[in-house]
Write a new protein. Structure first.
Lengths: 227, 305
């Protein structure tokens, strides 16, 4: 459902490259982890999927759609098909946990009935029913990330893109977040995640793409963390 | 569509309230801007009215010879009144002129004796002419002089006192011109400065929300859905600031009213009250437009990419 066709991203007139001739595809319902050192190009890769960044060469497809040919006015519609989770959570600070999740649905044009029904479900999926009316500043790192995941899934996207979702979390919160992502994947949503965390990869036992200096150097179906 | 608007309105109000500190700062700055704009409005009004009252005290007089016939006098009177530059013509008949002379000199025995010795009224009728602009007196005087010089038989016009008044009329014309130019220049500078300050404040307010705007975009919110609440907040800043500035002006006007009355013969408080809906509309209108445009421009910056 995601297809990278010989994608390169060059800076400084081609003297430095964030991605070099990257080709791979992700099938529906897969759980793909992307690992690599800092600067290996993992985040650039994810930015291509959510149309935050453009390739210098090559194309990125979402199903049959060339992502970087979507007109700017249609981008919001495209982004609604993707749930995003970030290392720094990216919650709206002046909205409560409930409102953060509801905002994604409002932006999507969902009805009030759907919002009243789905937001509590999403909150209970990430086990935060009792924190619905807390602001992000009143939540721990793990709780914030769970709100972010709830927001990412509440519109039932086709795919979840998670950039270092456990990067700022302690081991227990990391474990919880990974379990939630796994649960979401089991329910049928494709997940693409970047990580540094060896324990996470070994615990998951799913496909692992290893990157180094902008290239894919390994692609294992049931990978181990090997750098 | 309706749900979208309702959500934008709600988000605008909630945002205004939850960012109370930023909102308060923006409202404060717009209030100051509106106060400056309002003050220039009042000062301009004060100047214009006091200049008008000065102007209305200036006139030129045409004195007719006593022997001039009523028809001839009336002819000139109608001709002058028909000039486009003329604002008003006051006619004083020979009898009225005499009565006024008697009244003015009633304690002057010599003058009264001299008058009594004459068989007939020695005074001619006269016209007091007011122009719309002081600069137009010259034209009116020229018109009258042509009239006098072209008379074939005995002239009807005895004297036109333009030359005598010319100096003070010229001085007044210059002062009015200079004051008007200076007040327009000052107003422009102050208004531009307040607009820039307002724009920058709102830009800073929205700068603090730039991260939020990028998050909203990532979540798939359309540009209008992101921009809407900020636009509404801009409008609310303007509205509240408009009300605040009027609340500041009110006691100032109460205090200034009698003082301007004494000095300029123009009561600013009466003006404020009788034109309240106009002033209200202008200040709030400017505030709303300022807030709205500033918000739209500031958000546009973060909606690109």
């Amino acid at each position: 459902m995601i297809y990278f066709d010989n994608v390169s991203k060059l800076y400084n007139d081609g003297r430095s490259a964030a991605l070099q001739e990257v080709t791979f595809q992700v099938a529906p319902k897969e759980f793909v982890s992307i690992v690599g050192h800092s600067g290996a190009g993992k985040t650039t890769l994810l930015k291509m999927i959510i149309a935050e960044d453009k390739p210098s060469h090559g194309q990125v497809f979402f199903e049959s759609l060339d992502i970087h040919k979507i007109p700017r006015t249609k981008l919001p519609h495209y982004r609604r098909k993707i749930g995003t989770v970030f290392q720094d959570f990216k919650l709206l600070p002046h909205k409560t946990a409930y409102e953060n999740i509801a905002f994604a649905m409002e932006a999507n044009g969902r009805t009030d009935e759907e919002i009243h029904e789905n937001v509590p479900q999403a909150l209970s999926l990430v086990d935060l029913d009792d924190k619905a009316w807390n602001f992000p500043s009143e939540l721990s790192g793990g709780e914030k990330q769970r709100v972010a995941i709830a927001r990412a899934i509440v519109n039932q996207p086709d795919i979840i893109v998670a950039d270092e979702p456990t990067g700022n979390l302690d081991p227990i919160a990391t474990y919880e977040v990974v379990q939630i992502l796994r649960k979401i994947n089991d329910l049928g949503t494709t997940v693409i995640m970047t990580t540094h965390n060896k324990g996470v990869i070994d615990e998951l036992g799913r496909r692992v793409i290893t990157m180094d200096e902008g290239r894919i150097v390994r692609d294992d179906a049931t990978g181990k963390y090997a750098l | 569509m309706l749900t979208g608007i309702r959500r934008i309105v709600k988000a605008g109000f909630v945002g205004f309230w939850r960012n109370a500190y930023v909102s308060l700062a923006s409202v404060f700055v717009i209030t100051v801007a509106l106060f400056v704009i309002g003050s220039t409005m009042f000062i301009d009004q004060l100047l214009t009215t006091s200049l008008q009252s000065l102007q209305s005290k200036v006139d030129i007089n045409v004195y007719f010879v006593p022997s001039a016939s009523q028809d001839e006098v009336d002819a000139i009177r109608t001709a002058v009144a028909a000039l486009p530059d003329v604002a008003a013509v006051t006619y004083t008949s020979r009898e009225e002129a005499l009565a006024r002379y008697r009244e003015r000199n009633q304690n002057d025995e010599i003058a009264m004796q001299a008058l009594a010795e004459l068989d007939e009224n020695p005074l001619g009728a006269n016209l007091a002419i007011q122009a719309r602009e002081t600069s137009q007196y010259e034209n009116i005087a020229r018109f009258l002089e042509e009239r006098r010089d072209s008379a074939t038989q005995t002239p009807v016009i005895d004297e036109i006192n333009y030359e005598r008044n010319k100096e003070s009329i010229d001085a007044l014309t210059n002062i009015i011109g200079a004051v008007e130019q200076a007040s327009i220049a000052t107003m422009l500078v102050l208004i531009v400065a307040s607009i820039l300050i307002t724009f920058n404040t709102i830009r800073l307010a929205i700068y603090t929300a730039r991260e939020e705007i990028s998050i909203m975009r990532l979540v798939g919110a359309s540009n209008m859905f992101i921009r809407g609440p900020f636009m509404l907040q801009g409008v609310m800043y303007g509205l509240v600031a408009g009300v605040f500035s009027l609340m500041i002006f009110y006691p100032i006007m109460v205090w200034l009213g009698p003082r301007t009355e004494a000095f300029f013969e123009f009561n600013l408080f009466t003006y404020f009250i009788s034109n309240f809906s106009y002033i209200f509309g202008v200040l709030i209108g400017i505030g709303v437009v300022l807030g709205l445009i500033s918000s739209v421009l500031a958000v546009a910056r973060y909606l690109r990419v």
